[in-house]
Write a protein that binds this ligand. Structure first.
Ligand SMILES: Nc1ncnc2c1ncn2[C@@H]1O[C@H](COP(=O)(O)OP(=O)(O)OP(=O)(O)O)[C@@H](O)[C@H]1O
Length: 538
C-alpha cells in the first residue's frame, strides 16, 4: 500500500490564521481542506493548544505534531501564530516515557553547530531547559528566539528538568541549535560638499569620527553625538563603506537572506553609495563581484529589479506600457516563498557583468518612467534583488539579497536643484510620507519591544515587503547618507538610523526543506534537483 503523506501550509491573512492540509498517497488525487482560525483564538491559545484545536476540527485527521513546525516557523518569520503567548511544553515532553531515575546534580556544557561553547551551568541552580536558554541569552546579551536544545537525537522541551537528562552522568554536553539574533548594523555617511551647496556658500557643520563611529555637529557638544556602528566622513570611499555588507554574499551562499537599505534626504549619495559603477563601485557591484567569485557550479544566481511609488510596484526589467504586465504588481504571501511580488520578472545571471547589465537596464527604465510621469527619481523607492540558489543536495538553500534605495519623503528639504513641486507631486509626497511614517512606526514598535499590538507591517507596501528584514528572519544593514551642511535633514536621518540599531533580527537559512524551486524566479528549473518538499511528514 502506498504511504500517506501530509502537507501543511499556514499563513496569517486578513486577521485570521489559515491552515491548509493536503493529504495523499500518491495514487488517488490528493484531498485538501482549509481551516480558518479567528484572530481571537489565534491570540488566546498557546501554540500546542492551537495545534490541538486545529487537529480536532480537521476532517483529514491531521495530527497536532504535524502542525507544530509550520506554526512555529510562521511565528519566527513574524507572520503571527500566537506571537504574544509563551509556548506551552512540547509534545515531546508530554510523551516522555523515559525510565525514572534518581536526579543527580549535573554540570552542563552547551555547544552550537558553529562550534561556540557555553557553560558550565549547574542543574542545582538552573533547573529546566527553559531557564538554561534564558541564561545563554543573558550571557550573549541579546535575545534568542527559537533556540532548541538537544541531547543526542532527542529534542529537549523547555519544561524538561536538566537533572533528568543523560542518565547517571554528572557532566553532560547539550547541542544548542541556535537561531540567534543579530543586531541591525548601521552606517552613517556624510558625503563631500556638493557644488550647489558651495554655490550657496553653505558650510560643513557635521563631522564624523570613523574610529568612534559617531557623528556630531561642529558647534555642538560631543555628548550630543549620534552613535552608529560605522561613521564615514566626506573623505571615505565606497571601498571603505563596503565593510557594512562584505559578509552578505557569503551569507547568501549559506542560505541567509538579507536586506541593505539606503536612506537619506535627496542628493545625499544613496545611489552613489549603492550603485556607482567603476571606478568607485558602490555596494551592489561589490557584492555581486564577491558573490560570483565565491559561487561554484552548484549555485544559480538570478536578479529582479522593481520600483515602488504611489504604492505601485513596477517591474523595471520588463517593459510596462499601460495594459501590459509589469505594473501595479501585487504583494502575495505563501508558506514556500514568504512575501513576494507576484508577476515580477526574474532573470538568471551567469556573470558579474550580466548582473550589472540588468542594473543599468532597470535604471534606464526608471528614468523613462520618471520622465513620463514628471517625477523626480528621488521620490521613487528602488528594489534590486539578487537571488542565490544553492543546489547541492541536502544543503540546498535559496536566499536573497534585497538592495533597497528608499525614496526621500521629506517635503521640507531645501531643494536648490529642483523646480517647485506640482500638485500631483505634492500628493505623491503625502503618500511617501505616510509610507515612511509606517516604517518609523514599525521600527519604533519593534525597538520598544511593544509587541502586544500587531506590528503595522500591512499599512504600507514597503514595510510589508520588508517584513522579514524588520524583526524577522533576514539580516538587515542600513546605510544612512547625509549632507555635511544640512542641520535638520542630517540630524533627522542619522537619529532614525541610530534608532534602527536597536532592531534585532533572527536570521535563519531560507529555502531549506521547502518546495520552492528556482522555476519560481528563474527560467531554468531543470538545474534544480527538486529534492526538498515542504513539511512533508509521512
Ligand atoms: N561620497 C561621495 N563622493 C563623491 N560624490 C558623491 C558622494 N556622494 C554623492 N556624491 C555625488 O552627489 C550627487 C548626488 O548623489 P546621488 O545621486 O547618489 O544621491 P541620491 O541620494 O541617490 O539622490 P536622489 O535623492 O536623487 O536619489 C551625485 O552627483 C554624486 O555623484
Amino acid at each position: 500500500m502506498a504511504e500517506q503523506s501530509t502537507v501543511v501550509e499556514v499563513n496569517f491573512l486578513d486577521r485570521q490564521l489559515n491552515i491548509s492540509v493536503t493529504t495523499g498517497d500518491g495514487e488517488d488525487s490528493p484531498a485538501k481542506e482549509t481551516l480558518h482560525i479567528t484572530e481571537e483564538d489565534e491570540r488566546s491559545l498557546n501554540l500546542a493548544a492551537l495545534a490541538q484545536k486545529v487537529a480536532e476540527s480537521s476532517q483529514l485527521g491531521v495530527l497536532p505534531e504535524q502542525l507544530m513546525e509550520p506554526l512555529r516557523e510562521l511565528r519566527v518569520a513574524g507572520g503571527r501564530a500566537t506571537g504574544a503567548v509563551e509556548e506551552a511544553p512540547d509534545f515531546d515532553e508530554q510523551r516522555s516515557d523515559e525510565p525514572a531515575h534518581c536526579p543527580v546534580e549535573k554540570t552542563i556544557y552547551l555547544r552550537t553547530l558553529g562550534g561556540e561553547s557555553y557553560g558550565p551551568f549547574s542543574s542545582a541552580t538552573t533547573h529546566t531547559v527553559g531557564q538554561l536558554k534564558s541564561k545563554v541569552s543573558e550571557q550573549l546579551q541579546c535575545p534568542l528566539r527559537q533556540q532548541r536544545l538537544a541531547y543526542g537525537q532527542e529534542l529537549l522541551p523547555d519544561g524538561r528538568r536538566l537533572d533528568e537528562i543523560g542518565g547517571g552522568q554528572t557532566v553532560i554536553e547539550l547541542q544548542l541549535m541556535l537561531l540567534s539574533s543579530e543586531k541591525c548594523r548601521v552606517a552613517g555617511r556624510l558625503r563631500p560638499m556638493a557644488p550647489w551647496e558651495l554655490q550657496h556658500e553653505m558650510e560643513a557643520i557635521w563631522e564624523a569620527d570613523q574610529q568612534e563611529a559617531r557623528v556630531w555637529m561642529r558647534d555642538g557638544s560631543k555628548d550630543d553625538a549620534i552613535s552608529l556602528d560605522f561613521a564615514f566622513g566626506p573623505g571615505a570611499q565606497n571601498e571603505d563603506i563596503f565593510c557594512l555588507v562584505a559578509d552578505l554574499p557569503q551569507k547568501a551562499l549559506e542560505g541567509f537572506s538579507s536586506a541593505v537599505l539606503a536612506l537619506g534626504a535627496r542628493k545625499t549619495g544613496k545611489s552613489f553609495s549603492l550603485n556607482a559603477l567603476e571606478p568607485s563601485e558602490g555596494l551592489l557591484p561589490r557584492m555581486s563581484q564577491e558573490l560570483f567569485e565565491r559561487a561554484d557550479d552548484s549555485v544559480v544566481i538570478g536578479v529582479s529589479f522593481m520600483s515602488l511609488y504611489h504604492e505601485d510596484f513596477r517591474d523595471l526589467l520588463s517593459p510596462h506600457t499601460p495594459g501590459t504586465p509589469g505594473r501595479n504588481l501585487n504583494l502575495r504571501e505563501s508558506q514556500t516563498r514568504g512575501i513576494y511580488v507576484q508577476g515580477l520578472s526574474t532573470r538568471e545571471v551567469k556573470s558579474h557583468e550580466e548582473l550589472l547589465h540588468f542594473l543599468t537596464m532597470g535604471r534606464t527604465q526608471l528614468v523613462m518612467d520618471c520622465t513620463n510621469m514628471e517625477l523626480d527619481s528621488s521620490e521613487v523607492t528602488m528594489i534590486f534583488t539578487i537571488y542565490v540558489a544553492h543546489l547541492s543536495g541536502a544543503d540546498a538553500s535559496l536566499a536573497q539579497i534585497q538592495v533597497v534605495e528608499l525614496a526621500d519623503s521629506n517635503s521640507n528639504a531645501q531643494r536648490w536643484h529642483v523646480a517647485a513641486p506640482s500638485a500631483g507631486a505634492a500628493r505623491l509626497r503625502d503618500r511617501l510620507q505616510a509610507s515612511m511614517r509606517t516604517l518609523q512606526d514599525v521600527v519604533s514598535m519593534l525597538t520598544r519591544k511593544d509587541q502586544r499590538r500587531p506590528i503595522p507591517y500591512r499599512n504600507s507596501k514597503l514595510t510589508r515587503l520588508l517584513q522579514s528584514s524588520l524583526g524577522g528572519g533576514h539580516l538587515l544593514r542600513i546605510l544612512a547618507t547625509a549632507s555635511p551642511a544640512d542641520q535638520e535633514q542630517t540630524e533627522k536621518t542619522l537619529r532614525f538610523a541610530s534608532e534602527l540599531r536597536q532592531l534585532f533580527n533572527y536570521p535563519k537559512v531560507s529555502g531549506v526543506g521547502t518546495s520552492l524551486r528556482p522555476g519560481h524566479w528563474m527560467p531554468s528549473p531543470r538545474r534544480w534537483n527538486g529534492k526538498c518538499m515542504l513539511h512533508r511528514q509521512r
